[in-house]
Design a protein. Structure first.
Length: 70
């Protein structure tokens, strides 16, 4: 599992646009669910939170740490 805690806003948007990456982004929470309905609820909750997640990431170039390895 990749570390998604330190993504820049641009990197996060890239993850969210890629279906496979989006599933990987949430796979641990979904895997904890006992059935498909619970998994879909977790997925929907994550989708609902995307605007808030994007908001918290840096938008100014000086806020982005380019020295961090990807």
């Amino acid at each position: 599992m990749n570390d998604y805690n330190n993504l820049t806003k641009a990197e996060l948007i890239g993850v969210l646009k890629d279906r496979d990456a989006l599933i990987a982004f949430m796979e641990i929470d979904i895997a904890k669910c006992q059935d498909m309905v619970a998994g879909l609820r977790v997925f929907q909750k994550a989708l609902d939170n995307i605007p808030f997640i994007i908001e918290k990431y840096p938008t100014k170039p000086e806020e982005i740490n380019n020295d961090r390895p990807l």
